[in-house]
Ligand binder design. Structure first.
Ligand code: ATP
Ligand code: MG
Length: 367
């Protein structure tokens, strides 16, 4: 798929801009603080309805204005879609082919994007929360059901934590309500965990291949899902659900004491291993970067498999963060098959060599 055209109104430092993109490589070049990342963010928000760098949506609207609008024309294998996202003070509205969508989860997934920013190089060594966010954003795009379970899970988690706090402070004593909430959270939690296992297996398969190529087969990459469920790889949803319920029963006192839900997908993590050793702990900077890059490139193939189309790739300032060999690998991997948007302060020699006929946009002060 590719984004053919886009209009930005009052998004960040863009007042009104209409752009026509190349189905292959688009380079956004400009000095610092001109709006390169803002434009990538706009494409990301058009696809995902939320930003990769802020949860405060007010920030996305131009300082001088109260609402912003993003419109795009997306070309897919057999269809063409008009996408529209309105951001207002009271929330957002999404339209597909001019029809407003009742739920944002119906809208997300039409346009698939993969964003790779310098922060992503921390995917390996950063916090578990960062890896969970990565997993949820990526899997949510290819599976609306996953996204639905996730949003339900978050609602119940909040209720359950609130209720545990009430039990902790003895405002309430009713354990039956806690059991009801435990049952609900285990239901959504099991769906999420089971799906994560399936998707991670697929992602691992492709990441292994990319990683083998970059390291010339010297290192073997694997993933390990870190969970309180024993032997999770051998269990089905129902068994995971039962295990979660047992965990909640056995740890009831502990959870009430802490006033917190201590088990479930919001506490889990994925470990990346090289030759069976955790890269987060034992890997060098370079090894951690190579793993992050392999995982990101693997996503291109996972999405192609799941949706039948290549996603759109957004690369924010990453070339300058990678050495020559990795830059070459990245640019070879995207060549001619994936619509790519790439921001950079200047074009490197390697990029010049590997990118054929890019469309170049000069970004100056939101224009
Ligand atoms: P760099 O090369 O440093 O990464 P960049 O071109 O990617 O630069 P952006 O992050 O896209 O820069 O743009 C930053 C500019 O956008 C800043 O000058 C900032 O003040 C401005 N900006 C951010 N949010 C808003 C907003 N809501 N309204 C108006 N301007 C904004
Ligand atoms: Mg930037």
């Amino acid at each position: 798929m590719y984004l053919k055209r886009m209009v930005l109104k009052n998004f960040r430092n863009y007042t009104e801009t209409s752009l026509e993109f190349s189905p292959k490589v688009n380079i956004l070049i400009g000095e610092n603080a001109q709006g390169k990342t803002n434009l990538l963010e706009a494409i990301y928000v058009l696809a995902m309805t939320r930003s990769h760098r802020t949860n405060n949506e007010r920030e996305l609207i131009n300082f001088e204005e109260n609402e912003a609008l993003l419109q795009g024309i997306l070309e897919r294998n057999v269809s063409k879609l008009d996408l529209e996202l309105f951001l207002g003070k009271k929330g957002k509205k999404a339209k597909i082919n001019h029809l407003e969508q009742a739920k944002l989860s119906q809208y997300v997934g039409q346009m698939n994007v993969i964003l790779f920013a310098p922060e992503d190089l921390a995917l390996v060594k950063g916090s578990p929360a960062l890896r969970r966010k990565f997993i949820d954003m990526e899997f949510g795009q290819i599976d609306a059901h996953y996204l639905y379970n996730l949003s339900q899970y978050r609602v119940v988690l909040k209720q359950r934590n609130n209720y545990l706090k009430q039990l902790q402070s003895k405002q309430s004593k009713d354990l039956v309500l806690l059991e009801v909430l435990s049952d609900q959270i285990a239901t959504f939690g099991a769906e999420i965990i089971a799906k994560r296992i399936i998707f991670l297996k697929e992602l691992e398969k492709y990441a292994k291949l990319v990683h083998e190529q970059i390291t010339e087969e010297k290192e073997k990459l694997s993933f390990l899902y870190d969970t309180s469920i024993e032997n999770v790889y051998k269990k089905n949803i129902k068994q995971i659900y039962q295990d979660l319920k047992i965990l909640y029963q056995h740890n009831q006192k502990k959870e009430i004491f802490q006033g917190l839900t201590l088990y479930g997908p919001h506490r889990e993590d994925v470990q990346f291993l090289i030759n069976d050793k955790n890269v987060q702990i034992f890997g060098s900077q370079g090894q951690q970067r190579t793993v992050a890059l392999s995982v990101k490139l693997a996503e291109i193939d996972v999405m192609k498999n799941e949706t039948g189309e290549y996603p759109i790739l957004l690369l924010d300032d990453v070339l300058s963060e990678l050495d020559g060999a990795r830059q070459t690998h990245l640019l070879r991997a995207i060549q001619d098959r994936v619509q790519t948007f790439l921001t950079t302060p200047s074009i490197s020699e390697i990029a010049e060599k590997f990118i054929k006929n890019p469309k170049i946009f000069r970004v100056v002060a939101g224009k």
